[in-house]
Design a binder for this molecule. Structure first.
Ligand SMILES: Cc1cc2nc3c(=O)[nH]c(=O)nc-3n(C[C@H](O)[C@H](O)[C@H](O)COP(=O)(O)O)c2cc1C
Length: 375
């Protein structure tokens, strides 16, 4: 059904337009209480055996929506209705910004991949904070889906004052976040990924931690960093060591890749080249993201919670990430290709995988393969 809709409609539309169209439908459906209840019952059926605890929160499962889909926090409850166990909004920057000129989102359909150079188009942290405050007021204390807030650097802010920009966003957004992510890994903001170097990352994460503690004194907001798959292995290790040293709560691995070679792309080379710069996501990213996750788990074990993302398409992929060391798993690109039944399929398959495994709970399975490989 979704394949038909995809081929007849979305595939013929510019990918960014298709995104806005589909996201608009999701938001509108979620505003009609009967429809929301019905769709949630169908798509977000809960399986008690998949319950997951991370960052001090109980979630119905480990599978969430990665950052970039809901950059401005306009459709959190609609996305929860589709079955995502957590939703990460953003990336939000200190100041509002338009992002890069269009076209800036491209499909490599035969590879089940996307290339984007959106460039953090978003309303800015003040507007997003106001939106989250309004949502909280409307919910009147009713608990909602676990909400991650992903922050990044405003394009026009120079690298040497980047910390202040992240701190501004933290002050505005931390109170609304179930966890906060410092994004230093998107390829579409010049210089951003330089912040992954530990000499830059240490003061940045320290300042964000302090800002979160200062603005939300009654609660320790969990703090995570999101890294690129293009880091050299020793740089992955350095981030892992820094995370342990700083008492960071989590690492998200990984963002999109700037690589085009060695990914086994089936799309014609000249076509890929004609698209130009941007981060590649989806199936071709699977192997490297998994490799980075394994490396991180081998280094940090249970001391830092790991979130696996990059090329996750199926329940088997989610299970593989869990065995590699991920407590939570996210996806984005496969949502575009698989549509609204995606979470349901993943949850069903994952429950079957767990039942057929020697593990009583998902938590028991976290990192089991990586530990075995090391033994
Ligand atoms: C169109 C698009 C926009 C994205 N925007 C962001 C973003 O703003 N911040 C971020 O941290 N990651 C962003 N990402 C990266 C995803 O969160 C994810 O890390 C990456 O796509 C790999 O997962 P996937 O293979 O399941 O798509 C974006 C990805 C896509 C496809």
């Amino acid at each position: 059904m979704y394949a038909l809709l995809f081929n007849l409609l979305f595939r013929r539309l510019d990918p960014e337009r298709a995104h806005h169209l589909a996201f608009g439908w999701i938001r509108r459906a979620a505003r009609v209480p009967v429809l929301r209840t019905l769709l949630a019952a169908l798509l977000a059926a809960r399986r008690p055996e998949l319950r997951t605890t991370a960052f001090g929160r109980e979630m119905p499962g480990p599978f969430g929506l990665a950052a970039g889909f809901d950059k401005n926090a306009t459709g959190i409850d609609g996305l929860a209705m589709l079955g995502f166990d957590h939703v990460e909004i953003g990336t939000v920057t200190g100041e509002p910004q338009p992002g890069n000129p269009a076209p800036r989102l491209f499909r490599l359909a035969v590879d089940r991949a996307l290339i984007n150079r959106m460039g953090f188009n978003n309303d800015g942290s003040a507007a997003v904070a106001a939106r989250l405050a309004a949502r909280a007021a409307a919910r009147r204390g009713r608990p909602g889906v676990t909400l991650g807030v992903n922050i990044g650097k405003t394009k026009t802010v120079p690298e040497d004052t980047a910390v202040a920009d992240y701190v501004t966003s933290t002050e505005r957004l931390a109170a609304h976040a179930d966890y906060l992510v410092v994004n230093v890994s998107s390829p579409n903001t010049p210089g951003l990924r330089n912040l992954q170097a530990t000499e830059q990352l240490r003061p940045l994460l320290t300042a964000v931690r302090e800002a979160a503690d200062r603005t939300v004194p009654g609660r320790r907001v969990p703090l995570l960093v999101k890294i690129a798959p293009d880091l050299a292995d020793e740089d992955v290790d350095a981030v892992a060591d820094l995370a342990v040293d700083l008492g960071l709560d989590g690492i998200i691995a990984t963002n999109t890749t700037i690589a085009r070679d060695g990914l086994g792309l089936r799309t014609r080379r000249d076509l890929v080249e004609s698209i130009g710069a941007g981060g590649l996501s989806g199936a071709p990213l699977k192997a490297r993201s998994l490799e980075v996750l394994r490396r991180l788990y081998a280094r940090v074990g249970d001391r830092v919670t790991l979130v696996g993302v990059g090329g996750v398409e199926t329940a088997d992929d989610v299970w593989e990430r869990v065995l590699a060391g991920a407590t939570l798993v996210q996806g984005y690109s496969a949502f575009v290709y698989q549509g609204p039944l995606w979470c349901r399929r993943v949850h069903r398959g994952l429950a079957a995988r767990l039942a057929a495994s020697p593990y009583a709970t998902l938590a028991d399975a976290v990192g089991a393969d990586t530990r075995k490989a090391a033994a």
